[in-house]
Design a binder for this molecule. Structure first.
Ligand code: SDX
Length: 428
């Protein structure tokens, strides 16, 4: 395999190195392209551009492969917990019992919010969007944690990571309680991560919510599947902010904002809204699919398609199975699940979707599970963010630990007005 790429430009030849990843992916290193040729590359949406080398997550979009630190997502989904997977994603190896105990204690130690932060919640209107609250509160939290501004070693980083992972859960539950006018519920020390979240969400002062093992397991699974996903829009945003030297909380708060969009993490809300629309309209799914396919249609089959997966998103397969099991176990008959199954069946046989390699992604079935847990629709993307925080931290750490890391500063191709003079107001 030749390890250079030759480019001919204006009658001259230029050789650029080809670099190979541990899974035999190949990339042309164009970091010297402009200096040597005066040209830049142009790649709208970065579909062909690697922004970094990373050792955290590997995806093979054609084979439908997803691995965190080399471990297949199917094995983590079947055997691990969200806290253990979060530790793996951040530190690059499965935690020993001592690691797990230390991290568990850090999560417990940091699960409360500073009481002064409660006044921030009172400042939000009751209908404030939980993603706006989450992003704002992550930055607000950092004001109470001066230590995270300078992370000198892994001990401080582990503490800062535990604080963020633990408090995001508390903030999410608190934003829900504020929105429904219920008092905030304090975490319990005898509950694990997921059970405690459900307790803080659904307990009321005179009646404790008892999370069942099935629901806690489903929440662990949901969060494991969302923990990281290489250079998706929000993770790339975290890296962009981190590359300027910004602290972990500022970088993750920016990630929350990017995740909010309906084409990204907001899709899990859009999927349920789409299914609900089909149900209430009484339209059959074939009719809806034909509307999506119609020329100049702006409609998209939400929860379908992916920039990287041109085959099944492995997470979608796991979530589909889990939603079947969970609803059967809870004896819930959710009509939206039936509609989702019908949509998938119709779309997977339709040339429009087959030609474009559009398959269900992580968001297609995740909402069914969240509904069965009783999570309100406007909290779905917050749940995605809760799961993705370890991946954001791991990517922030990769930049923070890399002495050669440079600020992200892409170039552009200017297509605006050429040189022209200022025109005085009286002559315009
Ligand atoms: C997530 O990147 C990640 O890893 C993200 C994520 C993660 O874990 O972080 O996996 C999470 O964000 C999953 C994606 C959630 N979004 C949705 O479900 C929204 C619906 N899907 C899309 O809008 C779309 O598929 C994207 C945004 C996911 C991907 O968009 P691309 O790669 O830019 O694809 P495209 O817009 O260029 O579409 C290519 C063609 C177009 O048709 P033509 O112009 O060729 O005729 O496919 C069509 C699109 O119109 N198309 C769809 C479609 N997705 C693409 N048509 C109908 N329904 C869809 N869902």
């Amino acid at each position: 395999m030749s390890h250079t790429c030759r480019i001919e430009l204006d009658g001259k030849s230029y050789d650029f190195p080809v670099v190979e990843g541990t899974e035999n992916e190949l990339a042309i290193d164009v970091s010297a392209l402009r200096d040597r040729t005066g040209y830049i590359t142009l790649d709208d949406g970065y579909g062909n551009t690697g922004s970094c080398k990373s050792a955290i997550t590997y995806i093979d979009g054609d084979q439908g492969i997803l691995r965190y630190r080399g471990i297949p997502i199917e094995q983590l989904a079947a055997n691990s917990s969200f806290v253990e997977t979060a530790w793996l994603v951040i530190w690059g190896r499965l935690p020993t019992p001592a690691d797990r105990e230390r991290f568990r204690e850090l999560l417990t130690e940091n699960q409360m919010m500073h009481e002064s932060l409660r006044s921030h919640f009172e400042g939000f209107p009751p209908n404030a969007h939980p993603m706006a609250i989450l992003s704002a509160m992550i930055n607000a939290m950092s004001c109470y944690e001066p230590g995270i501004m300078e992370i000198e070693d892994d001990t401080i980083l582990e503490r800062a990571a535990a604080r963020l992972i633990s408090k995001v859960r508390t903030i999410a539950a608190a934003s829900y309680k504020m929105s429904v006018g219920q008092p905030l519920i304090y975490p319990r020390t005898d509950y694990k991560y997921c059970e405690n979240f459900l307790h803080m969400m659904f307990s009321i002062p005179y009646s404790d919510y008892e999370p069942t093992p099935e629901v806690a397991r489903a929440l662990n699974l949901f969060l494991i599947l969302h923990a990281d996903h290489e250079q998706n829009c929000s993770t790339s945003t975290v890296r962009m902010v981190a590359s300027s030297g910004a602290n972990m909380y500022a970088s993750c708060a920016a990630g929350v904002c990017a995740l909010w969009g309906p084409l990204h993490g907001g899709a899990n809300v859009a999927v349920v809204e789409m299914l609900e629309f089909i149900r209430q309209s009484g339209m059959n799914v074939a009719e809806y699919v034909s509307r999506v396919k119609a020329k100049d249609s702006k409609l998209r089959l939400m929860g379908f398609g992916h920039r990287v997966y041109k085959n099944f998103d492995p997470r979608s397969k796991i979530l589909k199975e889990a939603s079947d099991q969970m609803l059967a176990g809870m004896n819930i008959n959710d009509p939206l699940l039936d509609i989702a199954r019908q949509l998938e069946e119709v779309a997977l046989q339709d040339p429009y979707f087959i030609e474009r390699k559009l398959y269900p992604n992580v968001d297609f079935y995740s909402g069914i599970i969240l509904r069965a847990m009783g999570i309100p629709l406007n909290m779905f993307t917050v749940m995605f963010a809760m799961g993705r925080v370890p991946g954001w931290i791991a990517n922030w750490k990769e930049i923070h630990d890399d002495p050669k890391s440079r600020i992200y500063r892409p170039r552009q191709l200017y297509v605006g007005s050429t040189l022209r003079d200022f025109v005085p107001r009286n002559l315009r």
